[in-house]
Design a binder for this molecule. Sequence first.
Ligand code: AMP
Length: 406
Amino acid sequence: MSHVVTLNAGSSSLKFSLFTLHKDDPVAICTGAVDRIGSPEATIAAKTSDGRVLGGDGVGPIADHVAAMNRVLDLLTQWFPKAEIVAVGHRIVHGGPDHDRPIQLTPDSLRALEDLAPFAPLHQPYNLQGVRAAIERFPQAVQVACFDTAFHRHHPWVNDTFALPTEYYDMGVRRYGFHGLSYEYIADHLAKTAPLLHGGRVIVAHLGNGASMCGLIHGRSVGSSMGFTALDGLPMGTRCGQLDPGVVLYLMQQKGMTADEITELLYCKSGLLGLSGLSNDMRTLEQADTGAARRAISYFNFRARRELGALAAVLGGLDAVVFTGGIGENSALVRERVCVNMGWLGIELDHDANTEHARIISTPLSRVQVMVIPTNEELVIARAAARFVYPHMYEALLDKAAARTG
Ligand code: AMP
């Protein structure tokens, strides 16, 4: 039977999945992750869809992403010797201004994506290393790039631009928006399970180690909190979120910091980690109960509330809010704090439903329905990859999805 591998490389992690291509939809048979790449304590963990643990700790040092990628591809071949890998789907963080959908990777398109590396220096190079490793290992397989920016490519110009002279827009300095694969999954899920809400005005809060919010009308992105890079908008695990550009000028001109030092500060030392001085991990902060940890959580919630209000104004009202991502799906505390005193916007949270992580966490009388929907970026990637291999088998499915998302 035909299979698709999905690869999703972060700055120090690599998530992977193996899907079987069934007639209706790809089905995941194994998911896993390599964590702490580059550290002596790297781990690989994987499990099958029926809960069997495949990987394990103690894999020893994994020096870099190429080593991680090769180890994963080795393990997948060892665990599933009969799997026929017909395609590898890659999450690629930046597709630039031209890509509004997945593409089949060719040597030319790979080179063009390399040119976008300066737009996402901490993600794009790792994503593309994954592509190269997969081409070497599975030269016969179709390699498909799925872009985090693609979902937002048709948002209005006012959300696409900065107030800079237009030549900067023309050179690609734009608000691209990210987490598009997650938003695509949620939009499709709503279309299937709550078509009326899908047809309305929805804010999706993807709150994880990376965090952003997106305003959707009829399943299409009209505004996103992230901009030119994945730094903008909400504070994140280690990223600062929205920042006055004057701060960067001050750090350079008055404090003599180099571009590399500022990059390290804004991407790796800020956000929840910087504010708490303790951890980038929301679970750790919720349990820590120190003043700094509480302040870090307060700032996170404050900015999320601010963005929720701003996006509701962009949408001209609100019909639903969806929480997703590791924090959005699991932190009742954050959801509660983000939604408290939002009655003016039509949001009334059901405390018990929220604590129990129910799918709908607003009261029956709440004008705005608030939901928790686990995201599934891997499935979005696998579907896209499957489409390139078996266009006939998946065309109808994807046409239906396209019709649903408008
Ligand atoms: P992600 O990047 O989507 O995997 O999300 C990672 C974030 O989700 C980390 O900050 C985790 O601490 C957070 N998270 C996961 N589970 C929980 C939980 N039960 N309570 C609070 N935060 C959680």
